[in-house]
Every structure is written in C-alpha cells, then in structure tokens.
Design a protein around this ligand. Structure first.
Ligand code: MCN
Length: 794
C-alpha cells in the first residue's frame, strides 16, 4: 500500500496516500485507542432542558454507586476557580462596542442553556459504571421558556439566554458603504430580492470527539490526548485562559483523528473538565462521545437567515448588493463562532463579480441551542449560497442566460480590490466556467430535458461560480480583525546523518493526506526518496509550534513554512558543499539532489552533505554548527482565493417530489497542485457534503421547547453513495501569486460551490411550473409542496 519508489513521487504526481496503510490495516491510533495504566472513565450528565434554573443537584447516591470514583459539578469547578471556556475571536459591534461575551462555565453553574449542556461529571472504573451512576443524580430543574430560532430570539419578549444582557444580540457587525449602496438601489433599473435559510448542519466526523487527560504529579504537568485539529491552540486556550498554567506544563497530543470538518478546531468544555479532574483525582480520565452526544454537543454549522438584494442595470450589470443576515450562535460562544458569520462570510459577498457597492449587516444571536461554529467552509458556503442564488434569480427575472449573466459581471483583471475588504490576487473565472460548461455538456441539456419530459420527469440545470478565501491568514490582518492568536505556521525539518528526514509541521492532518503531500514537497526538493521523509504533526511535545488546520490553510501556509525551512537547509548545505569542494558558497547550485560547482561536473549528493553536517572535523566548527536541522515560520501576506464553476443537473419526479442528482460537474482553480488524486478526493468529499446540505441534511429544533428533533441518524439524513452521481471534476490553474508553492486550498471547495448549484438546478427544473424559491434541504416533501402551491396559484 505504501507508494513504491519506482513510481513518480514528485510535485504533481498522484502518489497513493502513505498513511492509508495504517488506516486500512487497523493500525491507526486514535484517542480512544490510547491506554494509560490506572485510567478511569468519564460520563457527562447533560441537561434534558433547553433552558432551566438548577435549584439543586443531589449526587450522594451516585457517589456511592459501584465503581464510582468521583462526581463533580459546577460548584466544584467554581471552588477550584477554573475559568470559563473562552471565545477565540472578538467582534466589535457597529456602534464601536465590544461584542457581549457571556461566561461559559465548563460545568453548568446555576443555569443550563441548551439541551446537552454539561451538568455533572461522573468518573468511575468503567464507562458503564459511570453512565449507570449518572442516573442516580437528582437534579432539581426549574424549566424556563426557551428559544431556538435566531429570528425569534430577536423579538421583544423572547426568553433571554444570558443574564448579562437584556436581549439575545451578541453583536451587530457591518461591512461596506451603506450610503453608496442605498443610493445605487434608489436609481437601479431592476432590483432582485430573495430570502434564504442556510440550514443548520451537524458535522458528523466518523470518529466522535474523545479526550484522555493525565496529570503527572511528579512534575506538576498534564498530558492531554484529544481528537483535535489544532493542538497548540487547544493548549494555549486551556492553559493560559482557563487553568492559569504556564503552557509548557501541558502536552497536547492529537494522534490519528478520524475527520473533523471544522468541528474539532475548538476548545470544548469537556476538555477543560477532564484536564481539571485528572489533577483533582490524580488519575487519568478518559471520555469518548457517544453518537447521540455528538449530535447534541459538537458545534453545529451554518444556521443563517438572510435577506439579500441585488440592484441591476438594464444591461444586466450588477450595481450594488445589500445583505442582512441573522446568524444563530447557539447558547455559548464557541472558539471561532463569532468570526464565521462576519469575517469569513461578509468578506466573500462580492463572489466572482465586479459589483461596485456592497453592504452587509450581520446580527449574531444567542439561542438555547448547541453552539454554532465553523463547519467545512465556515461562512464561505453561506456567502456563496447567497450570491449564487441571487445571481441565478436575477438571470431568471431579467431573462438573461445564467452563463451569460455571470460572464458579463465577472472580475477579469487582477489584483482586484473588492468593496468588502478582500483583495483577490489572481484568478481566471471564465476559464473555469468554460471548462465546466464543456464538461457538463451544457449544449446537450435541452435534448436531455425533452427526453426527461417524455418520461414525465422535470430536468433542471443549475450554476454556481464561487470564490473562497483560504490559507487563513495574514496574522496582522487577523489580529486587527479580532483574532486572539497569530495565524502563521511553522515547519521544522530534521535531516538525519544518513540523509533521511523528519518534518515537524504545525498543520494537522485528519484525512487530508499531509503525510503524503508534504513528503512529496520535501523529497522533490532534496532529491531524496519519498519513503525517507516522515511527517510528524499533532503533538505539542514534538512540534515546535503551530496554528493547526482549518480554512484549507495547511498546504498554502504549513507547506510554505516547510519550503522556507528547505530554503535554509539548501543555504547551509551550500556552505558545507563549498567547504568540501573547496569552492565559494556563491558558486554552488543545488539541483536534482546534488550540490554542484556551477559550470563544472564537481558535485556532492545531498546524503553526503547530510553526513558531513554531522562530522564536525569536516569544516571549522566556529564557522558552521553541526547538523542540518532548520525551522521556519511562514506568515502569508494575503489569503489564497480558490475559485471555480460547479454545474448540477437534476431530475425531479413531480409525483413524489424526489430529486435525483443526475450529474455534478466541478472545475476548480486551486493554483499549483501537489497531488491531483488527493485534491480530487478532497473535491469529491466536499461535493458529497454540499449535496448532503442541499438535499438531505437538516438539524431541526422544536421552536418552542428548543429540543433537538434530529438527534440521531434516524432523523438526520446523511448522503449515501446512492444519493450521489459519479462526479465530473476538472481543473484550471492560476498559481497563487504570494506563496512559494503557488498553491491555493482545496479542502472546502466542494462544500462551498455545490449547494447553490444544486438548488439552482432544482428551481430550474420546477420553474416551468412557476416555482421560484426553495430552501435547503430540498426534501421530497418540500419539493412536492412547492409544486402543489405553484399549481394552485397558477
Ligand atoms: N493539496 C494539493 N494541492 C493543492 C491544494 C491542496 O495537493 N493546490 C493537498 C494538500 O497538500 C493536502 C490536501 O490537498 O494534502 C488538502 O489541503 P488544503 O486545501 O491545504 O486543506 P487542509 O489540509 O488545510 O485541510 C483542511 C480542509 C478543511 S478546512 C476541512 S473542514 C476539511 C478538509 O480539508 N476537513 C476534512 N478536508 C477533509 N478531509 C477529510 N478526509 N476529513 C476532514 O475532516
């Protein structure tokens, strides 16, 4: 299964993933696989109410249940002065005031605010003993009125989630020139207005969240194994913000992690409680979520309600765009929750278009629901959905062809400064659209539509030309926008005396294949076999520092840090080679794995330089230190801007409302590509998630009780293979202008571009009946109802 060395392994080669050997043979090591002598098991008693005052908690019976070691509550946490779970990103309100940042105790103190809120920790010798004992805990709740929908939460008289405030608004945030937008709308030839719901999603990684905390009494330190995408940030928040410890007193290890899709970037309340309990009990404490807990407590995604308008000229040119979004933040502020509907959403509302004026206003709102945070795409799918639904609605209302309208409004000259803060460095939107139109055989669509009609089916074609900002982010920009940590990345390369290499990266791989693609970069540059490069990630005890993986940043930022470290190795290698070859370092070039005196055939291979670096007598020690290890940080000067064109073709059965995705085409521009097969796999995964959101997935709360109604796979429909067609995937390349690899991110694109393409296709199919709007997911029931009401009003 390991890629054989005789195969091409350089940059651009479709090398098979070296980590897959471990995964398909069951040799992976996930958090739940870690066993520490003396470890105990944790179970969390969670609130059955969405909103309630806790009058009392009686833990006496549970404490004496078999196997129970301890039962701890919010009072114990408060007595030990353990801080609340912090938010990682501060937002400034439109009136210049900071957002409301209510406390988030890791175990409820006085009140519970969503179903699943943590009320008590039970630690026992076995997991089942802990779970059984939880049933013996008597909690006297005084149920309070609850609110689940963010728009309801803004109404006067709505239940207020946090006592620190009179209402549920966390912030109102705005971007763009409102006066210019309003003035343009006043004189527009045509105005299109749509109202959209971006449906709430549950992340559903295959591996549930898990953590195992160990306190080491000997040196007063902690080791935390945790299924996490971001171990250094987890450590920073947990030590500095919550436990009040110096960072070096905690080692966070995120071993193999079975998918995250954003939901494992955050510091969760469970991690805080486990770390604290491990010291209090002086025993390792392990917890692995059950699937029903994942539904209730993994941070959810999306949940926007938006009104969007486009002002258009008689020639179909976009003149101005106005957007108002109500974003559900849930009951507490999860680590990046505040940045998702603001910085990551509103800044993408220009899409691929040269709309001169844009104004967006966002209300971030507390409700009695699970916290909402980043989920594959994080803000950017929401933006693409608004823009692309709006554009296709303009096309229909003004009777302009979908492709033609997009072309008329595309940005064609770069760099391009959008009216919503971002500066796109490069792109070729026409090239991706041309490619997709050809691959999807758009020309043949009318014939396919006619043929479907003869079978009694409605066929539709939907377009989406999206852009996203990846490679998060320039630290200074992120800092100015409220981030509490820098967003650079680090790469350390250790060259061993035999010339093999270990790379320590601050990025984290939990399915994206970094062990393969990063090894491709290093082996190609140093001219050493692919098998001689190992990648280490996910351990604060081994990797010098890191900002983790999210926002499709690992290659563009983490990969670039590795390239910078390679630059340093090459520079030092030249000095060693110069000494060995008795030449000047400026006369040495490094190519094809050899250091050569330029213009001669006198050269030394990399492996010989590596050995020489460890043999101090070969060169003056006072001039050059032994070894060939280098570390570099990379902080990008801009985001990267992957973009593409997605075209979906659907067939709708008007009798049942069932939608079949007949074809899905994606032509994307990810800049230079390291491994086309891995990139295609990333696109496939994203498309599956995007189609899942558009047609199947929906996280539903009861409006008045705020109970989660879709809390299991019986009620929450994940896409399965039979729901998906064979994807048609293509690529166009405009290399990123500012990172050394010329690469842009690919990990989220599929989930960003596809939902609007799918819904535009369904509306296109139903438009002959007069249907003009549908919300996601376009379930058979929704589609059937839309057909019936269109027929009735016809
Ligand atoms: N790559 C490449 N050439 C490019 C771009 C990327 O060869 N031009 C390769 C990279 O080297 C890497 C992979 O493609 O092996 C993805 O790279 P990148 O786009 O940098 O994304 P990240 O590695 O930072 O992954 C994060 C991204 C996000 S934000 C989510 S959410 C997501 C995703 O990736 N979660 C995933 N893909 C996932 N895939 C799996 N299996 N599981 C998840 O949880």
């Amino acid at each position: 299964m390991n890629a054989p060395s005789e195969h091409e392994t350089g940059i651009g080669a479709s090398v098979r993933r070296k980590e897959d050997y471990r995964f398909v043979t069951g040799s992976g090591k996930y958090t739940d696989d870690v066993q520490i002598p003396g470890q105990t098991y944790a179970y969390f008693l969670r609130s059955p109410h969405a909103h309630a005052t806790i009058r009392s908690i009686d833990t006496s019976a549970a404490r004496s249940a078999p196997g129970v070691i301890a039962v701890l509550t919010g009072d114990d946490l408060a007595a030990d002065k353990v801080g609340g779970v912090p938010c990682g990103w501060l937002i400034t309100d439109v009136n210049g005031q900071p957002m409301k940042e209510p406390p988030h105790p890791a175990l409820a103190q006085g009140k519970v605010r969503h179903v699943g809120d943590q009320v008590a920790l039970i630690v026992a010798a076995t997991y089942l003993q802990a779970k059984d004992a939880a049933e013996l805990i008597e909690v006297d709740y005084d149920a309070l009125p609850a609110v689940a929908d963010a728009r309801d939460a803004l109404k006067s008289g709505a239940p207020v989630v946090h006592d620190i405030a009179h209402d549920n608004k966390c912030y109102t945030w705005a971007l763009g020139d409102k006066a210019a937008v309003d003035a343009t709308f006043a004189r527009a030839h045509h105005v299109t207005r749509i109202e959209l719901i971006n449906n709430r999603l549950v992340p559903n990684a295959i591996e549930p969240r898990a953590a195992l905390a160990q306190y080491n009494r000997g040196d007063d330190s902690y080791t935390l194994y945790v299924a996490n995408q971001n171990p250094h940030v987890e450590r920073l928040l947990l030590t500095a913000f919550v436990l009040g410890l110096p960072e070096h007193k905690m080692r966070v290890i995120a071993p193999d992690v079975g998918g995250g899709f954003g939901s494992k970037i955050f510091l969760y309340a469970e991690d805080v409680v486990l770390a604290w309990a491990s010291k209090k009990l002086n025993r390792p404490v392990k917890w692995t979520a059950e699937r029903s807990e994942s539904f209730l407590t993994d941070a959810h995604g999306r949940d926007h309600a938006t009104v969007a308008e486009m002002a258009v000229g008689a020639d179909g040119k976009f003149l101005a765009m106005r957007v108002h979004t109500v974003a559900n933040l849930g009951a507490y502020l999860s680590t990046f929750s505040t940045s998702v509907p603001t910085i990551l959403y509103a800044t993408l509302l220009a899409g691929q278009y040269s709309t001169p004026h844009i104004y967006a206003e966002i209300d971030g709102v507390f409700t009695n629901t699970t916290p909402v945070d980043a989920y594959r795409g994080a803000g950017r799918p929401e933006a693409a959905y608004v823009v692309e639904r709006l554009v296709s609605t303009v096309a229909r209302e003004m009777n302009i062809d979908d492709v033609e309208l997009r072309r008329r409004n595309f940005i064609t000259s770069f760099p391009y400064q959008t009216p919503v803060a971002l500066q796109y460095d490069i792109g070729d939107f026409n090239a991706c659209l041309d490619g997709a139109v050809e691959l999807a055989d758009v020309a043949g669509f009318p014939a396919r539509r006619e043929e479907a009609k003869r079978r009694g089916k409605l066929r539709g074609l939907g377009f989406s030309t999206y852009i996203e900002a990846c490679g998060l982010a320039p630290s200074n920009i992120a800092g100015a926008l409220g981030a509490r940590a820098g967003l650079y990345e680090v790469g350390e390369i250790r060259v061993h005396p035999t010339g093999s290499v270990t790379v320590f990266t601050g990025s984290h791989s939990h399915g994206q294949g970094h062990e393969t693609t990063f090894a491709q970069i290093v082996s190609a540059r140093l001219g050493i076999p692919f098998e001689q490069v190992d990648i280490v990630h996910g351990d604060t005890g081994r990797v010098p520092f890191g900002m983790g993986t999210y926002g499709s940043r690992s290659l563009a930022v983490g990969g670039s840090a590795i390239v910078k470290a390679l630059d340093k190795i090459e520079a030092k290698g030249k000095r060693i080679a110069a000494h060995l070859l008795e030449a000047s370092a400026s006369d040495i070039e490094f190519k094809d794995g050899k250091f050569t005196i330029i213009g001669t055939d006198r050269s030394v291979p990399f492996a010989q330089i590596a050995l020489a670096a460890y043999v101090p007598h070969n060169y003056p020690l006072d001039k050059l230190e032994p070894g060939l290890n280098e570390t570099a940080f990379y902080d990008p000067t801009n985001f990267t801007f992957p973009a593409g064109a997605h075209i979906c073709e659907v067939e709708v059965d008007p009798e049942t409302g069932a939608v079949e995705v007949a074809a899905m085409t994606a032509v994307d521009d990810f800049g230079n590509i390291i491994n086309p097969m891995i990139v295609e796999g990333q696109v496939h995964g994203g498309l599956a998630q995007g189609i899942g959101q558009a047609l199947l997935e929906n996280c539903v709360y009861d409006k008045s009780t705020a109970q989660l109604l879709s809390g299991s796979y019986m009620d929450y429909a994940m896409p399965r293979a039979e729901d998906l067609p064979n994807f048609k995937v293509g690529s166009r390349v405009t290399p990123c202008t500012h990172n050394p690899l010329g690469a842009k991110g690919c990990g989220e694109a599929g989930a960003i571009g596809s939902p609007p393409a799918v819904i535009n296709a369904v509306i296109n199919a139903l438009s002959p009946l007069g249907v003009t709007h549908l919300d996601m997911p376009a379930s058979p029931e929704r589609v059937w109802n839309a057909i019936q009401s269109a027929r009735q009003s016809a």
